[in-house]
Ligand binder design. Sequence first.
Ligand code: ZN
Length: 139
Amino acid sequence: MSRYLPTPPPNPPMEAVPFWDWCRKRELRFQQCSNCGRCRHHPAPYCRFCTSDQCQWVPAPEEAELFSYTVIHNAVSEALKAYVPYNIAVVAFPSLGVRLISNVIDLEPSELRIGMPLRLTWQECDDGTPLPLFLGKNG
Ligand SMILES: [Zn+2]
């Protein structure tokens, strides 16, 4: 399979560095507040519920669901022209209460359905960084 999108993510803010460190180990993890137990994503230095600055990184399940999506038909840069149409998916992890922006890489736009089950997979960017992406077939 060719790469879905070849461009690695830009340099992350300091609080997101652990997220990408886990991704390099092909482990999808989210921040969980050590005080109130709620998970959050994007990574943040403080819990928005209780303002604690203490957290741990908990593993996400491989099963998720498609919360929402959009299909891009017009490439915003030359680097993406070969990939249109592609989707940008909001992937939900109901057991953790978090959502992740990603892509569903094995379905045509007409096959995407809100609420459909998805399964985590990994695909490396050109620089070798594994990206958490999702499969819809047999999800
Ligand atoms: Zn909290």
